[in-house]
Design a protein around this ligand. Structure first.
Ligand code: PLP
Ligand SMILES: N[C@@H](CCOP(=O)(O)O)C(=O)O
Length: 525
């Protein structure tokens, strides 16, 4: 169990209606607000949730219904702060979320900081009940697993500006057979299927937030001159950006490393009408270019360097707690590339701990492909020596990243949760993925990386047989079919492909079919 550390928060809870909340010490992302915010004791959102019991008039759509039912506004708020805070930072440096800013004045990262005092005027039980009451509904925008936690995500956005495809609410799969038969009798192994989602990856969770904020900025009264939204991508961010922009009618521009993403990923932005630039470089090269371009042109940056994205991604952590009836798992294993998501998970868990929804946070494991493992090497150096590297080709192509923009965020998350970084070779990740498939999943290679890390941590007895463990599946396996075809064809150089299951070519006559099936049933083939 991970306990609170010096950098995490010691928040003392006030009664929901107390006018005198007790103070708290702010951690890096959950700071004391610079000015106290008054607060009303009732959330506007309650009204919309209650009203779903009545059918809306035929001529009204769900956005209009939500606007009609909207109660008084709330006083929750959020803003950007430098991350992680350093003694050199001006303690008053903060930016409105309505500013277009990705870096602090010293060139460091930014993070979204919530007014925790306002949120803490309600007890954890209030938030648990509120979030539970919204699951499975269609009331705008709470039918989304992200926006059902709106107060913790982007509290000030008008619901009418939200661009949502009702993402989130992904299933938590009890991996019974994989745990029992292949991981030393694990009883409590779960896979959070974040990839069973609109565009087939967890990126939808962050993109709904980012594109909603862009929508707000572009529309009156702010009317900011943002002509499009752009990203560099290994295939999933670009798919999510293109879909959400297409839904909102906002131009999307995506920079892709040529020949390094799957065909299924490539066709997504093309189909959604994005401007697709296929560049003769790797992801890190695309990332450098998009940063230069967005500094020059009125194109809003959609990569997770932009901390708005992580506000949506963190809801996957809150959802896991919710799915366990607010009990905290012991371990959560997340595949890492650009390293925003591992921090998003930490932030979601930590916010729930600080606000009293749960009493602790899980230990986090970040799993990297050995061919693209700068964080693993950094961890092994005792966090003394970070060296970006040129990432080599990996079947886990969406995490083929050598110079992750959020490395500082990942370090905060792992230090605060007594976390671990593991790596997986190509053979380990493909075998782990294929074995999981044999127990009923259809995992992507990145999930294979996380599963391979789990196999190692079980072998080393770091994770125990009864530890409640969640492996985060980040993309849908159907986006990465070529890797599975090569594996089951035994068409991978220097790889045994021990779980390959190639189709059997049989003459189309009764005797031949019977012969093959009898041999199969007798275990001869
Ligand atoms: C499928 C998939 N898994 C994992 C990751 C890693 O997430 P992050 O870049 O936030 O570390 C990515 C993107 O990088 C991804 O697309
Ligand atoms: N896997 C990502 C890589 C970029 O990560 P981001 O979270 O910074 O956008 C992708 O699919 O592009």
């Amino acid at each position: 169990m991970a306990t609170a550390t010096a950098s995490s928060l010691s928040l003392l809870f006030a009664h929901p209606h107390s006018s005198n909340p007790r103070p708290f010490a702010g951690g890096p992302h959950l700071r004391r607000p610079l000015r106290a915010a008054p607060h009303r004791a009732r959330c506007a959102s309650d009204a919309a949730t209650t009203a779903t019991r009545h059918r809306r008039p035929a001529e009204e759509n769900i956005r209009e219904e939500a606007a009609r039912l909207r109660g008084p506004g709330n006083d929750f708020s959020a803003w950007y702060v430098p991350f992680p805070p350093t003694p050199e930072d001006d303690p008053d440096e903060r930016y409105s979320l309505d500013e277009v800013v990705y870096r602090s004045s010293s060139g460091g990262l930014l993070d979204v900081c919530h007014d925790m005092e306002a949120l803490a005027r309600f007890p954890g039980s209030y938030w648990r009940d509120l979030f539970d009451s919204r699951v499975g509904r269609t009331a705008w925008p709470y039918g989304s697993g992200v926006w059902s936690k709106k107060e913790f995500v982007l509290p000030e956005i008008d619901s009418d500006h939200i661009v949502s495809l009702f993402e989130g609410n992904s299933n938590l799969f009890w991996a019974e057979r994989l745990g029992r038969e292949h991981l030393g009798g694990m009883t409590d192994l779960w896979v959070k299927h974040c990839g069973i989602s609109h565009t087939g990856s967890f990126k939808d969770l962050g993109m709904t937030v980012l594109v909603s904020q862009v929508n707000r900025l572009r529309r009156a009264p702010l009317s900011r001159p943002i002509n499009g939204v752009g990203c560099a991508s290994t295939g999933d961010t670009s798919a999510a950006l293109s879909a959400y922009c297409a839904a909102a009618g906002i131009p999307a521009i995506v920079f892709l490393p040529a020949d390094r993403i799957s065909l299924q990923q490539l066709i997504q932005p093309i189909a959604n009408g994005a401007t697709v630039l296929s560049l003769d470089t790797d992801f890190d090269g695309c990332m450098r270019l998009i940063r230069e371009v967005t500094a020059e042109l009125p194109i809003y940056l959609a990569n997770s360097l932009n901390s708005l994205r992580l506000e949506g991604q963190k809801t996957a952590a809150i959802e896991i707690l919710q799915q366990f009836d607010w009990q905290v798992p012991d371990w959560v294993i997340v595949p890492g590339g650009n390293l925003g998501n591992i921090y998003a998970f930490y932030k979601g868990f930590e916010m729930c701990r600080v606000l009293g929804l749960v009493d602790r946070v899980p230990r986090l494991v970040c799993a990297q492909a050995a061919n693209a493992n700068p964080l693993y090497r950094f961890y092994k150096s005792g966090w003394t020596d970070f060296q970006p590297r040129v990432a080599e080709t990996t079947f886990a192509s969406a995490i083929q990243i050598g110079d992750p923009v959020s490395v500082d965020r990942a370090v905060v998350a792992l230090k605060a949760t007594d976390g671990i970084v593991e790596e997986a070779t190509e053979e380990e990740l493909m075998d782990a993925m294929s074995l999981a498939d044999r127990t009923g999943m259809f995992a992507c290679p990145h999930t294979g990386v996380a599963l391979a890390a789990l196999f190692k941590l079980r072998d080393q007895r770091i994770i125990g047989p009864n530890d409640r463990t969640v492996v985060v599946s980040t993309a849908h396996g159907l986006k990465f079919t070529q890797s599975k075809i090569d594996y089951h064809d035994r068409n991978i150089k220097d790889m045994l492909c021990q779980y390959a299951n190639p189709p059997i070519n049989v003459k189309a006559d009764f005797a031949s079919v019977m012969d093959v099936l009898q041999n199969k049933l007798n275990g001869k083939i």
